[in-house]
Design a protein around this ligand. Sequence first.
Ligand SMILES: *Cc1c(COP(=O)(O)O)cnc(C)c1O
Length: 340
Amino acid sequence: MTEEIDWASLPFGYVPTDYNVRCVYKDGKWGEIEISQSETINIHIAATALHYGQELFEGIKAFRGKDGKIRIFRLEENAKRIQSSAEGIMMAPVPEELFCKMCKMAVKLNERFVPPYGSGASLYIRPLEIGLSPRVGVAPASEYMFLVLVSPVGPYFKGGFRNTNICIMREYDRVAPKGTGRFKVGGNYAASLRAGHHAHELGYSAVLFLDPKEKKYLDECGPANFYAIKDGKYITPASESILPSVTNMSLQQLAKDMGIEVECRHITVDELSEVSEAAACGTAAVCSPIGEIDDLDTGKKYIIAKDGKPGPVTTALYNKLNAIRLGEEPDVHGWNTLVE
Ligand SMILES: *Cc1c(COP(=O)(O)O)cnc(C)c1O
């Protein structure tokens, strides 16, 4: 019973819900949408998803607003990105309309799992696509499954909005310079697990990866984008190997709305000594402010938050984006999709 769920203490994890929705691509076209109550799938032992990593996904959140309505944040942007990811690893792209329809269906069918307004929790939507065809030689599949599952997740900041520390380690790269970094594919995550684990063991929340070619510029921050505030400007890495984060894109717009200049450009490691704020950003946290960045190879420590607290720009951006997602403030950019 959902009445028994303690929404505010839910982790970011899997909670079984009532339904998931599925659609199979076969003979060059997408078939009928299937509503399923099963938590498992039955696939071929030689499926390309299992052998050659033909798997990609998305991550989106739905919220119960102040007015009781359910809103999905920037669904169309995720629909565009999943197509780009599909092209990146030779999978059949899910049409935007089908993507949006299935995500909305999955939310509607599991409406009782959308956490109440004020709980800080949300319904996480996880669309994923896998290659189904059996292949032993390396080649893309001709059949695919697109599936949307949902899971209620608790608030990201359980102990309140606060800083964490991250580190730079040059012994790991997340992706190759012209590789799959800009696509949201499972393989990138497998490739980052060891680095993430190492950082956690040392007490850091994430690794700030450097660009994989020259190791000179800041790149991706664990499984999130990175931005900093320098001389009052919002600066974020321009890189071929980072995933274009919808949250980062939204924060840039909100920063501009607040009269803050935005620069997408190479950021050198040295510049970290001149920034007044830094944060990781993504759907899970919106902004996860950074207190200190330790370069483990040079021994240099960049103390970002001199007073140990999240900075004013990050706090303002975080509050603004949350208010829009929750319907507390006007959605002037048309970012929310209502689920009716
Ligand atoms: C999903 C993801 C992000 C964040 O993207 P959002 O659209 O903001 O959720 C950033 N980096 C990586 C590697 C990701 O997979």
